[in-house]
Design a protein around this ligand. Structure first.
Ligand SMILES: N[C@@H](CCC(=O)N[C@@H](CS)C(=O)NCC(=O)O)C(=O)O
Length: 263
């Protein structure tokens, strides 16, 4: 039996839910409330010591790291059909899965430097912000979160995020020869990257791929897929998408546009 411990709008959870839907797997869903700090409870830390989602439990086997979860699901429940067979393509796919660590860090940075900091600033005192970030087992992760909440797009983490995202978009653009990175249909790299690019779109930052003409159509193809509806759209709180996109387009993208052009 597959059990997924996940959160509705977490990109890494979205990525795994899209993978589950692509393969056609049923799973027991255990939704966690990250804002309420459920990830810091002892029972969860025993599964995932970094206090992050998602975690998959597959017949008692605990799998963490969203890219590794996708690889595991494909190998064990899908005869490896999402992974390319040809050695060079396989290596490239595995490289993308490793790069997801940097890409996720960049997406997390831009999410908190823009839309996600606003409700936190509106609802918490500085002392409460300090206390909430002090709960992360990794103090660097806590320090980063604090910096992003307080400094927004002025945080030095934003420069690093833009660099990683430029590399991601350049390489996606270069490798998207057909409709999908996976060749005939969406493959493991398409599944691994969709939630990240979709988050940038939801943040109103689609100007990031103004000079990357293959990205918009790839995203639109995904957004029309049943697996996208099941893994991402179905978990989006009603009424939340339009204001977030509008705030990004009006405020956050203008704050980043010149820096992006100068890269
Ligand atoms: N590299 C990890 C990153 C996991 C991660 O950081 N997840 C975020 C949500 S996307 C999280 O749980 N954050 C905890 C928090 O914000 O308290 C993966 O891909 O699974």
């Amino acid at each position: 039996m597959l059990t997924l411990l996940h959160a509705p709008t977490s990109v890494c959870s979205q990525k795994v839910r899209v993978g589950l839907a692509m393969i056609g797997l049923d799973y027991e869903s255990r939704l966690m409330n990250l804002a309420a700090g459920e990830q810091f409870e002892a029972a969860y830390l025993a599964l995932n010591p970094d206090a992050v989602v998602p975690t998959l439990v597959d017949d008692g086997l605990v799998v963490v790291e969203s890219s590794l979860i996708l690889e595991h699901l494909d190998e064990r429940h899908n005869a490896g059909r999402l992974m390319p067979k040809e050695p060079a393509e396989r290596l490239q796919a595995k490289h993308w899965l490793l790069r997801c660590l940097q890409i996720h860090a960049a997406i997390n940075t831009l999410s908190f430097a823009t839309a996600y900091r606003l409700p936190i600033l509106a609802s918490k005192t500085p002392a409460e912000i300090d206390a909430s970030v002090a709960r992360f087992p990794d103090p660097v992760m806590g320090a980063k979160r604090r910096d992003l909440i307080l400094n927004g797009t002025g945080s030095p983490y934003v420069g690093q995020a833009l660099m990683y995202l430029r590399r991601m978009l350049d390489d996606l653009q270069a490798q998207l020869a057909g409709d999908w990175l996976g060749g005939q249909g969406a493959g493991i790299v398409d599944v691994a990257l969709i939630a990240y690019v979709d988050r940038l779109d939801r943040l109103g930052l689609q100007g990031l791929w103004d000079a990357h003409p293959a990205i918009g159509p790839w995203l639109a193809r995904w957004q029309a897929m049943p697996a996208y509806a099941a893994g991402i759209e179905a978990f989006t709180p009603p009424g939340s998408a339009a204001p977030m996109r509008a705030a990004g387009l009006d405020e956050h993208w203008p704050a980043l546009r010149e820096r992006w052009a100068a890269l």
